[in-house]
Design a protein around this ligand. Structure first.
Ligand code: NAD
Length: 368
């Protein structure tokens, strides 16, 4: 199974490896509820679901506005709501759920730990319970490989004795366990521990390592290697994560009920990622310098295996970091410094701004 390359940086006859997703949906026409569909992964996933013949309802409180959904707005149903107060009608007629909504990294979870707990842990459990009550069987949950952080060095699979630290990982683990409990009562949850995602989405995030390096190479012509950048991280392209979610949604229940799968293309050292980005940006005729700096107090350093998803579901992420970097460079305006530094592409900066401005906006509205 192969896909012809479409990025202008890829020569015309370039043939990209397929990732194992079946060519067509077993039951097109099903209605899929995507919570958090207005975000970075959602912006790619929703389009892929639609192209596969699914009907899509997005439930999102739209932290990043309507912009990410502009390209699909006439083809989806939009429920503008918070997962913590989800209207019961959001599940009307739904065949299955892909659950992305919530705070999506360590800094935002640490910034608002109670909100994070209510969104990522409690709302996940409640959503699972509501699906069970409404006989909605399949629920794919976006968890994270960051649950492996803190384990001794080495390759970790889904059986590793994780001990999550911090607000984000702890809340994701609670969500996983709550859904696995509901699997014993008849729900069919599938838990995907995603590696750090890279690549282009209509809702860009420039706070994820590869994307950040692309932005820094363009804006500053310099990439900093904290502690030399020797730390390992599992990574995966946003199109592969989206397809992994679809594969998990479509897989036979007997194979995936209550199961956890790591989703990653490869494990990379941060140093290697910087070199791949620098080389790709140099191909545009720009200079990029790499500089080693002292290690920060806390570093994330872990590696995981993607064998289980490949052997159970037949899915293996295919899009490499260099392909994704070329895809980003071909789809953004590399001269647009304002866009590259816009706070809406940095989750923590945007949430800080929202919190700071909300009282003033409310006050302003009251005077209208
Ligand atoms: N991007 C990654 O590298 C990565 C890696 C591992 C796991 N994940 C998980 O994948 C999911 C999606 O990540 P993303 O990168 O697309 O994040 P994102 O922040 O771009 O998108 C999250 C979306 O959820 C919405 N949302 C947040 N809180 C909500 C709430 N309480 N009610 C309704 N909507 C809410 C936001 O408005 C946004 O549209 C998250 O659960 C994240 O934890 C992401």
């Amino acid at each position: 199974m192969h896909e012809i390359g479409t990025s202008f940086n890829e020569p015309a006859p370039y043939v990209r490896r397929g990732n194992g997703l079946a060519p067509s949906a077993p039951e097109p026409g099903q209605l899929v509820l995507v919570t958090g569909g207005g975000g970075y992964i959602g912006g790619v996933l929703v389009e892929r679901l639609l192209n596969r013949g699914y009907r899509v309802r997005v439930l999102d409180r739209l932290y990043w506005g309507h912009g990410p959904l502009t390209g699909v707005s006439d083809r989806i149903e939009l429920v503008e709501a918070d997962v913590r107060e989800m209207p019961a009608s959001a599940l009307d007629g739904v065949d299955g759920v892909i659950h992305l909504a919530g705070l999506s990294n360590d800094p935002t979870a640490e910034y608002a730990p109670e909100a994070n707990w209510q969104m990522n842990a409690i709302a996940t459990e409640t959503l699972g319970r509501n699906c069970l009550d409404r006989d909605v069987q399949r629920l794919v949950f976006a968890s994270s490989c960051s649950l492996y952080d803190g384990l001794p060095p080495g390759m970790h699979d889904e059986t590793a004795p994780i001990c999550p630290r911090g607000a984000y990982a702890t809340s994701k683990r609670y969500g996983e366990e709550a859904l696995q409990t509901l699997a014993n009562e008849g729900l069919c949850p599938v838990i995907l521990r995603n590696g750090t995602v890279y690549g282009y989405s209509p809702r860009m995030r420039f706070d994820l390592v590869v994307n950040t390096f692309v932005k820094d190479a363009l804006l500053r012509s310099e990439l900093l290697l904290h502690g030399g950048g020797w730390m390992w991280r599992p990574l995966v392209d946003v199109s592969d994560v989206s397809d992994a979610m679809i594969a998990a949604y479509e897989a036979p229940a007997a194979l995936v009920r209550g199961e956890i799968f790591n989703v990653l293309h490869s494990n990379y050292q941060i140093r290697e990622l910087a070199m791949l980005v620098a080389g790709s940006v140099q191909l545009l005729g720009r200079s990029v310098t790499l500089r080693e700096t002292p290690a920060p107090r806390l570093t994330r350093d872990y590696e995981c295996s993607n064998m289980k998803l490949a052997s159970t579901v037949g899915f293996q992420p295919a899009r490499s970091v260099v392909e994704a970097i070329s895809g980003i460079l071909s789809r953004i305006d590399v001269e647009d410094c304002t866009m590259l530094s816009d706070p809406r592409y940095y989750n923590i900066r945007w949430l800080e701004l929202l919190r700071e401005l909300t009282p003033q906006i409310d006050q302003y509205k009251a005077t209208l």
